[in-house]
Design a protein around this ligand. Structure first.
Ligand SMILES: [Zn+2]
Length: 477
Protein backbone atom coordinates (compact mmCIF):
# COMPACT_ATOMS: atom_id res chain seq x y z
CA UNK A 1 0.00 0.00 0.00
CA UNK A 2 1.26 3.45 -0.68
CA UNK A 3 -0.01 6.87 0.34
CA UNK A 4 -3.40 5.56 1.29
CA UNK A 5 -4.73 7.15 4.44
CA UNK A 6 -7.16 5.05 6.48
CA UNK A 7 -10.82 6.08 6.47
CA UNK A 8 -11.52 4.76 9.95
CA UNK A 9 -14.35 7.13 10.70
CA UNK A 10 -16.59 5.45 8.13
CA UNK A 11 -15.88 1.89 9.22
CA UNK A 12 -18.61 1.53 11.88
CA UNK A 13 -21.20 3.13 9.59
CA UNK A 14 -20.31 0.85 6.71
CA UNK A 15 -20.53 -2.21 8.97
CA UNK A 16 -24.02 -1.39 10.24
CA UNK A 17 -25.30 -0.51 6.78
CA UNK A 18 -24.10 -3.85 5.51
CA UNK A 19 -25.74 -5.73 8.36
CA UNK A 20 -29.03 -4.02 7.56
CA UNK A 21 -28.85 -4.69 3.85
CA UNK A 22 -27.09 -8.03 3.79
CA UNK A 23 -29.08 -9.63 0.98
CA UNK A 24 -28.68 -6.71 -1.38
CA UNK A 25 -25.00 -6.41 -0.52
CA UNK A 26 -24.37 -10.08 -1.32
CA UNK A 27 -25.15 -9.31 -4.95
CA UNK A 28 -22.25 -6.86 -4.97
CA UNK A 29 -19.79 -9.61 -4.13
CA UNK A 30 -19.90 -8.89 -0.41
CA UNK A 31 -20.42 -12.53 0.54
CA UNK A 32 -20.88 -13.86 4.05
CA UNK A 33 -17.98 -13.20 6.41
CA UNK A 34 -15.48 -16.07 6.47
CA UNK A 35 -12.12 -16.61 8.19
CA UNK A 36 -9.19 -15.10 6.32
CA UNK A 37 -6.56 -17.53 5.05
CA UNK A 38 -3.81 -18.44 7.52
CA UNK A 39 -1.19 -18.19 4.76
CA UNK A 40 -0.36 -15.87 1.89
CA UNK A 41 0.25 -18.77 -0.49
CA UNK A 42 3.99 -18.70 -1.06
CA UNK A 43 5.03 -21.96 -2.71
CA UNK A 44 7.91 -22.43 -0.21
CA UNK A 45 6.41 -20.89 2.95
CA UNK A 46 2.63 -21.26 2.52
CA UNK A 47 1.90 -20.49 6.19
CA UNK A 48 3.80 -17.19 6.18
CA UNK A 49 1.60 -14.14 5.92
CA UNK A 50 -2.19 -14.31 5.81
CA UNK A 51 -5.11 -13.58 3.53
CA UNK A 52 -8.22 -11.41 3.61
CA UNK A 53 -6.76 -8.02 4.40
CA UNK A 54 -4.02 -5.60 3.42
CA UNK A 55 -2.00 -3.69 6.03
CA UNK A 56 -1.40 0.04 5.37
CA UNK A 57 0.60 0.92 8.49
CA UNK A 58 2.30 -0.59 11.52
CA UNK A 59 2.57 1.76 14.49
CA UNK A 60 4.69 -0.11 17.00
CA UNK A 61 5.53 1.04 20.52
CA UNK A 62 8.09 -1.10 22.28
CA UNK A 63 9.85 -1.01 25.62
CA UNK A 64 13.01 -3.08 25.82
CA UNK A 65 15.35 -3.79 28.71
CA UNK A 66 18.77 -5.10 27.56
CA UNK A 67 19.56 -6.44 31.05
CA UNK A 68 16.52 -8.73 31.35
CA UNK A 69 15.78 -9.13 27.59
CA UNK A 70 12.16 -8.27 28.39
CA UNK A 71 10.20 -6.67 25.58
CA UNK A 72 6.80 -5.05 26.07
CA UNK A 73 4.95 -4.13 22.90
CA UNK A 74 1.87 -2.36 21.70
CA UNK A 75 1.16 -2.79 18.00
CA UNK A 76 -1.43 -0.63 16.23
CA UNK A 77 -2.19 -1.87 12.74
CA UNK A 78 -4.22 0.00 10.14
CA UNK A 79 -5.58 -2.35 7.48
CA UNK A 80 -8.31 -2.85 4.90
CA UNK A 81 -10.36 -6.02 4.52
CA UNK A 82 -10.09 -7.54 1.03
CA UNK A 83 -12.90 -10.01 1.79
CA UNK A 84 -15.62 -10.14 4.41
CA UNK A 85 -13.91 -11.50 7.52
CA UNK A 86 -15.34 -13.37 10.49
CA UNK A 87 -11.75 -13.77 11.72
CA UNK A 88 -8.23 -13.16 10.46
CA UNK A 89 -4.68 -14.12 11.37
CA UNK A 90 -1.52 -12.25 12.15
CA UNK A 91 1.90 -13.88 12.55
CA UNK A 92 3.83 -13.85 15.83
CA UNK A 93 6.36 -16.34 17.23
CA UNK A 94 6.55 -16.91 20.96
CA UNK A 95 5.84 -13.87 23.16
CA UNK A 96 2.62 -13.55 25.19
CA UNK A 97 -0.39 -11.71 23.81
CA UNK A 98 -2.18 -9.80 26.56
CA UNK A 99 -5.09 -8.24 24.70
CA UNK A 100 -6.43 -7.59 21.21
CA UNK A 101 -8.89 -4.92 20.16
CA UNK A 102 -10.39 -4.42 16.72
CA UNK A 103 -11.76 -0.92 16.09
CA UNK A 104 -11.65 -0.29 19.83
CA UNK A 105 -13.66 -3.37 20.81
CA UNK A 106 -12.19 -6.34 22.66
CA UNK A 107 -11.58 -9.20 20.25
CA UNK A 108 -11.15 -12.92 20.93
CA UNK A 109 -7.76 -14.35 20.05
CA UNK A 110 -6.03 -17.74 19.96
CA UNK A 111 -2.52 -18.94 19.20
CA UNK A 112 -2.27 -21.86 16.77
CA UNK A 113 0.48 -23.65 14.86
CA UNK A 114 4.00 -22.30 14.68
CA UNK A 115 3.17 -18.59 14.57
CA UNK A 116 -0.53 -17.91 13.95
CA UNK A 117 -2.41 -15.35 16.04
CA UNK A 118 -6.09 -15.89 15.15
CA UNK A 119 -8.23 -12.83 15.87
CA UNK A 120 -12.03 -12.91 15.98
CA UNK A 121 -13.45 -9.39 16.12
CA UNK A 122 -16.70 -8.70 18.01
CA UNK A 123 -18.25 -7.67 14.69
CA UNK A 124 -17.40 -9.14 11.31
CA UNK A 125 -15.36 -6.96 8.97
CA UNK A 126 -16.78 -6.25 5.56
CA UNK A 127 -14.90 -6.34 2.33
CA UNK A 128 -13.37 -2.94 1.67
CA UNK A 129 -13.69 -1.87 5.30
CA UNK A 130 -10.76 -0.07 6.89
CA UNK A 131 -10.07 -1.29 10.39
CA UNK A 132 -7.60 -0.95 13.24
CA UNK A 133 -6.10 -3.69 15.38
CA UNK A 134 -4.43 -2.95 18.72
CA UNK A 135 -2.37 -5.74 20.27
CA UNK A 136 -0.65 -5.61 23.65
CA UNK A 137 2.03 -8.26 24.19
CA UNK A 138 5.23 -8.98 26.08
CA UNK A 139 8.00 -11.52 26.58
CA UNK A 140 11.60 -12.40 25.78
CA UNK A 141 12.09 -12.52 21.99
CA UNK A 142 13.94 -15.51 20.56
CA UNK A 143 15.61 -15.80 17.14
CA UNK A 144 14.55 -18.36 14.53
CA UNK A 145 17.25 -20.93 13.87
CA UNK A 146 17.91 -21.33 10.13
CA UNK A 147 20.00 -24.31 8.98
CA UNK A 148 22.00 -22.29 6.44
CA UNK A 149 21.96 -18.71 7.75
CA UNK A 150 22.10 -19.32 11.51
CA UNK A 151 19.99 -17.08 13.72
CA UNK A 152 17.26 -14.97 12.09
CA UNK A 153 15.10 -12.21 13.53
CA UNK A 154 15.61 -10.73 16.99
CA UNK A 155 19.17 -11.52 18.13
CA UNK A 156 21.34 -10.66 21.11
CA UNK A 157 24.78 -9.06 20.81
CA UNK A 158 27.52 -10.28 23.14
CA UNK A 159 28.13 -6.71 24.32
CA UNK A 160 24.58 -6.59 25.70
CA UNK A 161 22.58 -4.96 22.91
CA UNK A 162 20.14 -6.53 20.47
CA UNK A 163 19.37 -6.30 16.76
CA UNK A 164 16.97 -7.67 14.15
CA UNK A 165 18.10 -9.30 10.90
CA UNK A 166 16.66 -12.24 9.03
CA UNK A 167 15.46 -13.58 5.68
CA UNK A 168 13.00 -14.96 4.72
CA UNK A 169 11.57 -14.66 8.25
CA UNK A 170 12.41 -12.07 10.84
CA UNK A 171 9.66 -9.68 11.92
CA UNK A 172 7.49 -12.32 13.65
CA UNK A 173 10.14 -12.66 16.37
CA UNK A 174 9.34 -9.21 17.77
CA UNK A 175 5.92 -7.94 16.64
CA UNK A 176 2.56 -9.16 15.27
CA UNK A 177 2.65 -8.81 11.50
CA UNK A 178 1.31 -10.00 8.15
CA UNK A 179 4.61 -11.67 7.32
CA UNK A 180 4.63 -11.78 3.52
CA UNK A 181 6.56 -9.79 0.91
CA UNK A 182 3.18 -9.24 -0.79
CA UNK A 183 1.91 -6.91 1.95
CA UNK A 184 3.97 -3.74 2.21
CA UNK A 185 3.12 -1.07 4.74
CA UNK A 186 4.59 2.04 6.31
CA UNK A 187 6.39 1.36 9.58
CA UNK A 188 6.44 3.64 12.60
CA UNK A 189 8.50 2.65 15.61
CA UNK A 190 8.81 4.25 19.04
CA UNK A 191 11.14 2.25 21.27
CA UNK A 192 12.02 3.01 24.88
CA UNK A 193 15.36 1.76 26.22
CA UNK A 194 17.45 2.72 29.27
CA UNK A 195 19.22 6.06 28.77
CA UNK A 196 22.70 4.58 28.22
CA UNK A 197 21.55 2.68 25.11
CA UNK A 198 21.07 4.06 21.60
CA UNK A 199 18.70 2.95 18.83
CA UNK A 200 18.78 2.87 15.05
CA UNK A 201 15.99 1.61 12.81
CA UNK A 202 14.52 2.06 9.30
CA UNK A 203 13.62 5.37 7.74
CA UNK A 204 13.88 8.85 9.17
CA UNK A 205 14.69 9.91 12.72
CA UNK A 206 11.77 11.59 14.44
CA UNK A 207 13.67 12.49 17.61
CA UNK A 208 14.12 11.15 21.12
CA UNK A 209 12.21 12.07 24.26
CA UNK A 210 12.71 11.28 27.95
CA UNK A 211 10.23 8.65 29.13
CA UNK A 212 9.60 6.62 32.29
CA UNK A 213 12.37 4.01 32.43
CA UNK A 214 14.60 5.59 29.81
CA UNK A 215 14.46 7.41 26.50
CA UNK A 216 11.98 6.86 23.68
CA UNK A 217 13.52 6.89 20.20
CA UNK A 218 11.14 7.47 17.30
CA UNK A 219 11.77 6.31 13.72
CA UNK A 220 9.47 6.39 10.70
CA UNK A 221 9.74 4.49 7.41
CA UNK A 222 7.25 6.16 5.08
CA UNK A 223 8.27 4.07 2.04
CA UNK A 224 6.04 0.97 2.25
CA UNK A 225 8.24 -1.84 3.47
CA UNK A 226 8.19 -5.64 3.45
CA UNK A 227 8.13 -7.05 7.02
CA UNK A 228 11.48 -8.88 6.81
CA UNK A 229 13.14 -5.62 5.73
CA UNK A 230 12.22 -3.94 9.03
CA UNK A 231 14.88 -3.72 11.71
CA UNK A 232 15.84 -2.16 15.00
CA UNK A 233 19.24 -2.27 16.65
CA UNK A 234 20.09 -1.35 20.22
CA UNK A 235 23.72 -0.64 21.14
CA UNK A 236 26.01 2.17 22.26
CA UNK A 237 26.14 3.60 18.76
CA UNK A 238 28.35 6.25 17.24
CA UNK A 239 26.18 8.04 14.68
CA UNK A 240 27.32 9.58 11.42
CA UNK A 241 24.70 11.88 9.90
CA UNK A 242 24.98 13.25 6.37
CA UNK A 243 22.68 14.11 3.48
CA UNK A 244 22.53 13.23 -0.18
CA UNK A 245 22.65 16.17 -2.58
CA UNK A 246 18.85 16.13 -2.79
CA UNK A 247 18.53 16.32 1.02
CA UNK A 248 17.78 12.63 1.66
CA UNK A 249 19.09 11.91 5.18
CA UNK A 250 21.98 9.44 5.38
CA UNK A 251 22.33 8.05 8.90
CA UNK A 252 24.90 5.37 9.70
CA UNK A 253 25.54 3.86 13.12
CA UNK A 254 28.65 2.03 14.31
CA UNK A 255 28.77 -0.25 17.33
CA UNK A 256 31.77 0.21 19.67
CA UNK A 257 34.80 -1.58 18.20
CA UNK A 258 33.85 -1.27 14.51
CA UNK A 259 37.17 -0.56 12.72
CA UNK A 260 38.00 2.72 10.97
CA UNK A 261 38.35 0.88 7.63
CA UNK A 262 34.64 0.05 7.80
CA UNK A 263 33.75 3.68 8.54
CA UNK A 264 35.88 4.79 5.58
CA UNK A 265 34.06 2.32 3.32
CA UNK A 266 30.65 3.60 4.49
CA UNK A 267 31.83 7.20 4.01
CA UNK A 268 31.60 6.42 0.27
CA UNK A 269 27.85 5.71 0.55
CA UNK A 270 26.76 8.98 -1.15
CA UNK A 271 29.09 8.15 -4.06
CA UNK A 272 27.78 4.56 -4.11
CA UNK A 273 24.13 5.72 -4.18
CA UNK A 274 24.92 8.21 -6.98
CA UNK A 275 26.57 5.40 -8.94
CA UNK A 276 23.68 2.98 -8.40
CA UNK A 277 21.22 5.71 -9.38
CA UNK A 278 23.11 6.11 -12.68
CA UNK A 279 22.50 2.39 -13.36
CA UNK A 280 19.11 1.69 -11.71
CA UNK A 281 17.26 5.02 -11.90
CA UNK A 282 16.11 7.27 -9.04
CA UNK A 283 16.82 6.07 -5.48
CA UNK A 284 13.42 4.72 -4.40
CA UNK A 285 13.64 5.13 -0.59
CA UNK A 286 13.20 8.24 1.59
CA UNK A 287 16.32 7.69 3.73
CA UNK A 288 19.67 5.92 3.58
CA UNK A 289 22.54 4.75 5.77
CA UNK A 290 23.79 1.60 7.44
CA UNK A 291 23.93 -0.32 10.72
CA UNK A 292 27.37 -1.74 11.53
CA UNK A 293 27.33 -4.41 14.23
CA UNK A 294 30.33 -5.49 16.23
CA UNK A 295 28.97 -9.01 16.05
CA UNK A 296 29.77 -11.72 13.52
CA UNK A 297 26.56 -13.05 12.00
CA UNK A 298 26.05 -15.23 8.95
CA UNK A 299 24.98 -12.46 6.61
CA UNK A 300 24.41 -8.78 6.02
CA UNK A 301 20.93 -7.77 5.04
CA UNK A 302 19.34 -5.09 2.90
CA UNK A 303 16.99 -3.86 5.65
CA UNK A 304 15.17 -0.96 4.01
CA UNK A 305 16.93 2.40 3.86
CA UNK A 306 19.52 1.09 6.28
CA UNK A 307 21.24 -2.24 5.59
CA UNK A 308 22.58 -4.12 8.61
CA UNK A 309 26.16 -5.43 8.39
CA UNK A 310 27.92 -8.25 10.17
CA UNK A 311 31.23 -7.48 11.87
CA UNK A 312 34.40 -8.71 10.19
CA UNK A 313 33.98 -9.66 6.55
CA UNK A 314 31.13 -7.31 5.73
CA UNK A 315 32.45 -3.80 6.28
CA UNK A 316 33.77 -3.34 2.76
CA UNK A 317 32.77 -1.32 -0.31
CA UNK A 318 31.57 -4.38 -2.33
CA UNK A 319 29.18 -5.41 0.47
CA UNK A 320 27.93 -1.85 0.85
CA UNK A 321 27.37 -1.68 -2.93
CA UNK A 322 25.52 -5.02 -2.81
CA UNK A 323 23.18 -4.16 0.08
CA UNK A 324 22.37 -0.74 -1.33
CA UNK A 325 21.70 -2.15 -4.82
CA UNK A 326 19.00 -4.16 -3.05
CA UNK A 327 17.16 -0.95 -2.19
CA UNK A 328 16.10 -1.01 -5.86
CA UNK A 329 16.26 -4.79 -6.45
CA UNK A 330 14.69 -6.44 -3.39
CA UNK A 331 13.31 -3.63 -1.22
CA UNK A 332 11.44 -1.27 -3.55
CA UNK A 333 10.75 -4.10 -6.01
CA UNK A 334 10.21 -7.12 -3.77
CA UNK A 335 9.83 -10.74 -4.80
CA UNK A 336 6.34 -11.99 -5.61
CA UNK A 337 7.36 -15.46 -4.37
CA UNK A 338 10.58 -16.67 -2.76
CA UNK A 339 11.27 -18.69 -5.93
CA UNK A 340 11.90 -15.28 -7.60
CA UNK A 341 14.80 -14.42 -5.26
CA UNK A 342 17.25 -14.09 -8.19
CA UNK A 343 15.49 -10.78 -8.87
CA UNK A 344 17.12 -9.66 -5.61
CA UNK A 345 20.42 -11.48 -5.38
CA UNK A 346 21.51 -11.89 -9.01
CA UNK A 347 21.13 -8.12 -9.48
CA UNK A 348 22.75 -7.03 -6.21
CA UNK A 349 25.66 -9.33 -7.01
CA UNK A 350 25.94 -7.95 -10.54
CA UNK A 351 25.93 -4.41 -9.07
CA UNK A 352 29.31 -5.31 -7.54
CA UNK A 353 30.52 -6.22 -11.06
CA UNK A 354 29.25 -2.90 -12.44
CA UNK A 355 31.01 -1.03 -9.63
CA UNK A 356 34.28 -2.87 -10.32
CA UNK A 357 33.97 -2.11 -14.02
CA UNK A 358 33.32 1.61 -13.52
CA UNK A 359 35.51 2.34 -10.51
CA UNK A 360 38.28 -0.27 -10.60
CA UNK A 361 38.66 -0.68 -14.37
CA UNK A 362 37.93 -4.42 -14.26
CA UNK A 363 37.42 -6.06 -17.68
CA UNK A 364 34.17 -7.90 -17.03
CA UNK A 365 34.41 -10.03 -20.17
CA UNK A 366 37.72 -11.41 -18.94
CA UNK A 367 36.35 -11.93 -15.43
CA UNK A 368 33.34 -13.75 -16.92
CA UNK A 369 35.55 -16.01 -19.04
CA UNK A 370 37.73 -16.85 -16.05
CA UNK A 371 34.68 -17.63 -13.88
CA UNK A 372 33.16 -19.86 -16.59
CA UNK A 373 36.49 -21.67 -16.98
CA UNK A 374 36.83 -22.46 -13.28
CA UNK A 375 33.15 -23.40 -12.79
CA UNK A 376 32.73 -27.02 -11.74
CA UNK A 377 30.03 -29.32 -13.14
CA UNK A 378 28.15 -28.79 -9.86
CA UNK A 379 28.13 -25.03 -10.45
CA UNK A 380 25.84 -25.53 -13.45
CA UNK A 381 23.46 -27.77 -11.51
CA UNK A 382 22.06 -24.78 -9.66
CA UNK A 383 18.84 -23.10 -10.70
CA UNK A 384 18.23 -19.36 -10.62
CA UNK A 385 14.46 -19.85 -10.41
CA UNK A 386 12.40 -22.13 -8.19
CA UNK A 387 15.52 -23.50 -6.57
CA UNK A 388 13.55 -24.98 -3.66
CA UNK A 389 12.95 -23.89 -0.07
CA UNK A 390 16.23 -23.65 1.81
CA UNK A 391 18.18 -23.37 -1.46
CA UNK A 392 17.29 -19.78 -2.30
CA UNK A 393 20.77 -18.51 -1.56
CA UNK A 394 22.90 -21.34 -2.93
CA UNK A 395 23.57 -20.31 -6.56
CA UNK A 396 22.27 -16.77 -6.96
CA UNK A 397 25.53 -15.10 -5.87
CA UNK A 398 27.79 -17.11 -8.17
CA UNK A 399 25.78 -18.14 -11.23
CA UNK A 400 23.52 -15.06 -10.94
CA UNK A 401 25.98 -12.34 -12.01
CA UNK A 402 27.29 -14.58 -14.82
CA UNK A 403 23.73 -14.94 -16.14
CA UNK A 404 23.24 -11.17 -16.17
CA UNK A 405 26.57 -10.55 -17.86
CA UNK A 406 25.66 -13.13 -20.51
CA UNK A 407 22.24 -11.46 -20.92
CA UNK A 408 23.94 -8.08 -21.39
CA UNK A 409 25.97 -9.55 -24.24
CA UNK A 410 23.04 -11.53 -25.65
CA UNK A 411 20.67 -8.54 -26.02
CA UNK A 412 23.35 -5.85 -26.34
CA UNK A 413 24.50 -3.12 -23.95
CA UNK A 414 21.89 -0.44 -24.83
CA UNK A 415 18.90 -2.76 -24.28
CA UNK A 416 20.44 -4.24 -21.14
CA UNK A 417 21.22 -0.84 -19.63
CA UNK A 418 17.68 0.32 -20.42
CA UNK A 419 16.15 -2.71 -18.69
CA UNK A 420 18.35 -2.29 -15.58
CA UNK A 421 17.44 1.35 -15.29
CA UNK A 422 13.69 1.20 -15.97
CA UNK A 423 12.64 -2.09 -14.31
CA UNK A 424 12.83 -0.65 -10.73
CA UNK A 425 10.63 2.33 -11.68
CA UNK A 426 8.16 0.06 -13.47
CA UNK A 427 7.58 -2.00 -10.29
CA UNK A 428 8.45 0.65 -7.69
CA UNK A 429 6.84 -0.16 -4.34
CA UNK A 430 5.48 -3.46 -5.68
CA UNK A 431 6.36 -7.09 -6.28
CA UNK A 432 7.60 -8.86 -9.38
CA UNK A 433 8.28 -12.32 -10.76
CA UNK A 434 11.02 -13.73 -12.96
CA UNK A 435 8.47 -14.32 -15.75
CA UNK A 436 7.58 -10.62 -15.69
CA UNK A 437 11.27 -9.74 -15.91
CA UNK A 438 11.70 -12.05 -18.90
CA UNK A 439 8.66 -10.57 -20.67
CA UNK A 440 9.85 -7.00 -20.05
CA UNK A 441 13.35 -7.79 -21.29
CA UNK A 442 11.86 -9.42 -24.41
CA UNK A 443 9.79 -6.30 -25.03
CA UNK A 444 12.86 -4.06 -24.80
CA UNK A 445 15.06 -6.43 -26.84
CA UNK A 446 12.33 -7.01 -29.48
CA UNK A 447 12.93 -10.77 -29.46
CA UNK A 448 12.03 -13.97 -27.69
CA UNK A 449 14.47 -14.86 -24.92
CA UNK A 450 12.95 -18.27 -24.19
CA UNK A 451 16.11 -20.14 -25.15
CA UNK A 452 18.30 -17.89 -23.03
CA UNK A 453 16.08 -18.02 -19.92
CA UNK A 454 15.55 -21.78 -20.25
CA UNK A 455 19.31 -22.30 -20.45
CA UNK A 456 20.36 -19.93 -17.67
CA UNK A 457 17.45 -19.37 -15.32
CA UNK A 458 14.78 -22.09 -15.40
CA UNK A 459 17.02 -25.01 -16.31
CA UNK A 460 20.20 -26.63 -15.11
CA UNK A 461 23.38 -27.68 -16.85
CA UNK A 462 25.96 -25.62 -18.70
CA UNK A 463 24.24 -23.37 -21.27
CA UNK A 464 24.96 -24.06 -24.96
CA UNK A 465 27.65 -21.83 -26.47
CA UNK A 466 25.12 -19.51 -28.15
CA UNK A 467 23.94 -18.51 -24.65
CA UNK A 468 27.24 -18.96 -22.81
CA UNK A 469 29.39 -16.90 -25.19
CA UNK A 470 27.10 -14.42 -26.97
CA UNK A 471 28.18 -11.03 -28.29
CA UNK A 472 31.68 -10.08 -27.22
CA UNK A 473 32.12 -13.03 -24.84
CA UNK A 474 34.73 -15.67 -25.58
CA UNK A 475 36.07 -18.68 -23.68
CA UNK A 476 39.20 -18.03 -21.63
CA UNK A 477 42.37 -18.92 -23.51
ZN1 LIG B 1 21.98 -9.80 -1.32
Amino acid sequence: MRGQKPVVVAAAVVASLCLGAGVAAAGDGWGPAKPGSDGAGDSYYPQDGNGGYDVADYNLKVGYDPASHQLTGRQDITARATQSLSSFDLDLRGLTVDSVKVDGRDAKFARTGDHELVITPARALWRGQNFKVAIAYHGVPAPISDPSLGANGWQYAKAGGAFVAGEPKSATTWYPVNDTPLDKATFHLAITVPDEWGVIANGRERGSVKAPGGTTHVWAEETPIVPYMTTVAIDKWTFDRRQRKDGTPVVSAYAPGVPDATKQAEARLPEILDFLESKFGPYPIDAAGGIFLNEEIGFSLETMSRPIYSAGWAGTVPTIVHENAHQWYGDSVAVAHWRDVCLNECFASYAEWLWDEAKEGVDLNKQYAADVKKASARFWDGKLYDMGAGNEFTYVYSKGPLMLHALRNYIGQPAFAFVLKTWPSLHRGGNASMQEFQRYTELVAHRSLKGFFDAWVYGTGKPADQYLFPGGLKPAA
